[in-house]
Ligand binder design. Structure first.
Ligand code: ADP
Ligand code: MG
Length: 691
């Protein structure tokens, strides 16, 4: 059989130059195997391809040159903490001096008479000089760090670019031409795509700009094709001709809406109508409701639940966090208990005894609506006649979880709510399995959230403003970012700030703290105190990012705003501006990075979630936006859904053709593709088999 796949699964230590220590560093980048490292694509490139003879050098050149060490390395120590190493280098046309700082060991590495390749910036001070040049020995497989276009990789501090480059070079020579092409020949031909080996080699060490472009196009296509095929396989399963429930209860829904303290907006009414029509038909509903933060999605979902219950079925409402679950639970109780509807809350933190009682109620059909976290998809939850499944803030759930909850009923209707608006074209592709409704209108009377980006020098003024808001009876959020990937550190920074504010700056006010490391019951208490107005200022991590609704809160202060993506900033800002009081969002940003500044600018200039999401796509690199966390889809390694829209369209067309001819991708020429899909999307495939 092929030796390709086995080689790719070998641990990294198989490669020359990788011991335990380096392997550990690579692990931190999520790289475990030879296959992982060759698909660790560069984030950028540096052109070092200009190669000159020494006589051709000019002041200011950045170029590569070849030369022989022409003297011993002389090391001097002009002052503490500084060593300077100098050596002269010659070729057949001239001489140049090389100077390095703080690399005393070069003395033992560069020997007179040896030949090297160099790259660096040339200056002329009387004689020519090159500062801190990169150098490497010529070897069989050609230069890695000089004389060519050089890849620059995503890295963590301790892994240097040189190390990553040489490991990848070794990996490529190890796998050699045993890399298999998973794309069928006809697809490569029709879309003018380079073959796999060429593309992998040239994405890392491009022979030319043109070769890079060809390589990238092929790899982007492949990645998007696999994504499309995986999504389509979800759809084919769901489109099977199982028939769903035909709900009724139109009257009851009208009565429910009529009893609300406000009128639904036209957008809410339109979307509710679309939902009701789906529910009344015997086709299974698979509908996505997109709506900006604060557009009032919850009430539309609740109306759909009323329809289900009053037609004699149970409903399930799944949300991503406990905070949100208990918030929805209380508001559902308030709205629906007067209509004789029984609501239960089911989360991981509910005690065993209570849980047992609730589970019994669910299976006996005494509980009409269960609100909960992913505890809802556990095996022990058995519904008597589940008719409607709603997932709120869908961007936090995977396709798999959605499917799993759906399996709890015979053929329940599914409603998916998301507050991460995405451009329509993308929605069609990513949620191709769903019909889409958009609530594109905010309830009347909402004022625009006034948004400012400030730096730390304004801290005192911001604190004064916080005090002013509190004096007027309003409440304030202060959000701290994830400092590192670890929740622990994250929690510390929020706790420290809360402590300081509670004991110093705002010692006369009530300061609360909520973060992900707290026990659910603690979180609940803190949130309850904030909701009741007892707490004036809530310091938190991003656990309050989604869904939290406290209309009296009018000021959102975001610490280290540069660490958040645009969609996240927009979500956070969406926690305020939920009443007729004027609301504010203040973002602390001390970063001067271009991207950070651009994000701040977008935030201060627009409040339209659709525009923001499009900007977000544009400003983020591949891999960020459609991460697992947000869409339940594996991170894209190379494709950029904003910039690669054309390739995406081709990939979608190809995927359709493939599925049409060979629905389960069983044919010989499609088998490798099929395997790639199931490896990458094992999560989704757990729930939806392609057989
Ligand atoms: P989101 O779309 O962000 O989930 P919510 O459903 O939490 O928004 O609604 C935000 C707030 O707006 C809630 O307090 C809700 O009661 C209120 N609301 C919803 N629809 C209307 C409406 N038509 N008129 C006035 N207020 C509304
Ligand atoms: Mg919501």
């Amino acid at each position: 059989m092929h030796k390709g796949p086995e080689m790719l699964k070998k641990p990294l230590q198989y490669l020359k130059g990788v011991g335990e220590a380096r392997a550990a560093l690579f692990k931190r980048l999520g790289i475990h195997t030879v296959g992982d490292v060759i698909s660790h694509y560069p984030r950028d490139y540096e052109d070092r391809s200009m190669l000159k003879k020494l006589i051709q050098l000019e002041d200011g050149d950045q170029c590569s040159f070849e030369g022989i060490i022409a003297s011993r390395v002389v090391v001097s120590k002009p002052r503490r903490g500084l060593t300077i190493s100098r050596v002269s280098i010659r070729d057949e046309t001239g001489l140049i001096n090389a100077v390095w700082f703080n690399k005393p060991y070069l003395k033992d590495q560069l020997r007179p008479g040896e030949r090297y390749l160099f790259f660096g910036k040339i200056t002329r001070r009387g004689t020519f000089e090159v500062l801190n040049p990169v150098y490497e020995k010529m070897d069989g497989s050609g230069p890695v760090n000089t004389c060519r276009i050089i890849p620059v990789y995503p890295s963590t501090g301790k892994l240097t670019q040189n190390v990553i480059r040489s490991v990848i070079r070794n990996a490529l020579s190890y796998t050699g031409d045993s890399i298999e092409d998973i794309l069928p020949g006809w697809i490569r031909e029709r879309y003018g795509l380079a073959d796999a080996l060429y593309s992998i080699s040239n994405i890392h060490f491009p022979e030319s700009d043109d070769a890079f472009l060809k390589a990238r196009k092929r790899l982007v296509f492949e990645e998007l094709l696999i994504l499309q095929l995986a999504l389509m396989s979800v759809r084919t399963v769901q489109e099977s001709d199982l028939s769903g429930i035909a709900f009724g209860a139109r009257e009851e829904v009208r009565r429910f809406i009529g009893g609300l303290p406000f009128r639904l907006t036209n957008a809410q009414l339109r979307v509710l109508e679309e939902i009701e029509r789906d529910m009344e038909s015997s086709r299974i509903m698979n509908r996505l409701v997109q709506g900006d933060v604060g557009s009032g999605k919850t009430i539309v979902a609740v109306a759909a639940l009323v329809k289900a219950v009053k037609s004699g079925y149970q409903g399930a409402f799944m949300v991503p966090t406990e905070i949100l679950a208990s918030q929805h639970y209380s508001s559902l109780k308030e709205l629906l208990e007067p209509l004789g509807i029984n609501i239960a809350l089911l989360t991981g933190s509910i005690g065993t005894k209570d849980a047992r009682r609730i589970l019994e109620g669910i299976s006996a059909g005494e509980i009409d609506i269960t609100v909960g976290t992913h505890a809802l998809i556990e095996d022990r939850v058995v519904f008597r006649n589940l008719g409607l499944v709603i997932t709120d803030e869908q961007h936090r759930f995977g396709v798999r979880q959605r499917a799993a909850l759906g399996k709890k009923g015979a053929c329940p209707d599914m409603l998916v709510m998301t507050a991460t608006p995405i451009p329509r074209t993308l929605a069609l592709i990513l949620y191709g399995d769903l019909d889409i409704s958009i609530i594109d209108e905010l309830p009347p009377g909402r004022k625009k959230v006034l948004t400012y980006a400030v730096d730390s020098s304004m801290r005192e003024r911001v604190y004064n403003f916080i005090r002013k808001q509190v004096k007027e009876g309003r409440q304030v959020y202060i959000v701290c970012p994830l400092v590192e990937e670890s929740d622990a550190v994250d929690a510390v920074s929020a706790s420290e700030l809360a402590l300081e504010l509670a004991h110093k700056t705002f010692s006369d006010l009530e300061v609360g703290l909520v973060h992900g490391k707290m026990r659910p019951s603690e979180k609940d208490d803190v949130m309850k105190r904030f909701i009741s107005g007892e707490t004036n200022i809530l310091v938190s991590t991003t656990v309050i990012e989604v869904g939290v609704n406290v209309p009296n809160a009018t000021l959102m202060v975001i610490e280290n705003a540069e660490r958040f993506g645009l969609s996240q900033l927009h979500q956070l800002r969406g926690r305020v501006g939920r009443s007729s009081y004027q609301s504010y969002c203040i973002m602390f940003n001390d970063s001067s990075s271009e991207v950070a500044r651009e994000r701040m600018k977008v935030m201060t200039e627009t409040s339209d979630g659709f525009i923001i999401s499009e900007k977000d796509l544009e400003l983020r690199g591949p891999g960020d936006f459609f991460g697992t966390r947000q869409h339940g889809i594996p991170e894209l390694k190379i494709a950029n859904l904003y910039k690669d829209m054309d390739i995406l369209k081709n990939a979608q067309e190809a995927a359709e053709a493939l599925i049409r001819d060979d629905r389960t991708l069983k044919e010989q020429e499609n088998r490798l593709l099929r395997r790639a899909i199931s490896e990458k999307f094992s999560g989704i495939m757990d729930a939806i088999s392609m057989n």
